[in-house]
Design a protein around this ligand. Sequence first.
Ligand SMILES: [Fe+2]
Length: 352
Amino acid sequence: MRRVRVDSVPVGAKLARTVFSSDGGVLLIQGVELKECYLELLSKRGINEIYIEDDLSEGIEVHDVVNENTRNEAVALVRDIMTGYSFSDAVDVEHVKAIVNRIVDELLANDDILYNLTEIKTVDDYTFKHSVSVCILSIITGIGMGFDTTQLRELGLGAILHDIGKLCIPREILKKPSQLTMEEFEEIKKHTILGYELLKKSGQLCLASSYIALGHHERYDGSGYPFRLKNEEIQIYARIAAVADVYDALTSDRVYRKKLKAHEVYEYITSLGIHHFDPAVVENFVRFVTVYPVGTGVLLNTRERAIVVRNNRKLPTRPLVRVVYDENMKRRTKEIDLSEDTSIFIVDTCEI
Ligand SMILES: [Fe+2]
């Protein structure tokens, strides 16, 4: 399978992964042949990318680091909470704890974690899916930093609820499609303090988990908010969630801007590491995140076009690729392990 833009789907391709609507219902089921009317429906629902199965990508598997059902259940739970008007009940927290513990268990049972961008978000379901991705990315980083199970659970729980304070922000500001005014931005910034207070009041989370809501917009160089804390003044869980939050936000389409390519975000995170983020966190984060996710189309310096088949942990910019078109756009099929052939390298991602 491979990931393509909806407007670039070739005739006869089959859908490789079920597409869900923003309210969690099935929109198109895996295996269906993609007709023009289906693609129009996807575009109308704000779905810009899908996974397809075609002869170019036959045999290429895209794996998520957690089970698809676990991720979907977590997204549904966050949707229930974030579309509710209050976060009062302890039952909610018990459910969230249970799903976070499952995510921790699945990740710990995974011998070779490599995070591929698998989630496809729309503008409407962004918040829910983003919360779950931030949770998963934070736990993965925590594993890299040697945290024990209790710490990973605390980290995951705080990370999945990091934006809970947005429940207290007027919806018209949160959903505003144009640029925010200074006053509106000041209002949005309050979601950190409000979220922290909400979680503390619930009495269901330890203080360290609740601090993630408060500190995930603080920046290592003191340029963040709400308190402009610096370096180790920012609690470690919040320093981890900050990287996960920015990475996932930049790799997603938003109302006010298009997403960046995965490798551009990777470069952004690593170059800003010394300013905005804790360098030790960034170091662990990038160990587990792929630069070129499996199923991505890439352009090589030979002007050949290829699809990423498998990543190479030691050389993250040099995956195994399948060349599908030569420099004259003639069909080819050969696989090149870029970790072995150093004369060939990826210059950009591309649609195939
Ligand atoms: Fe936030």
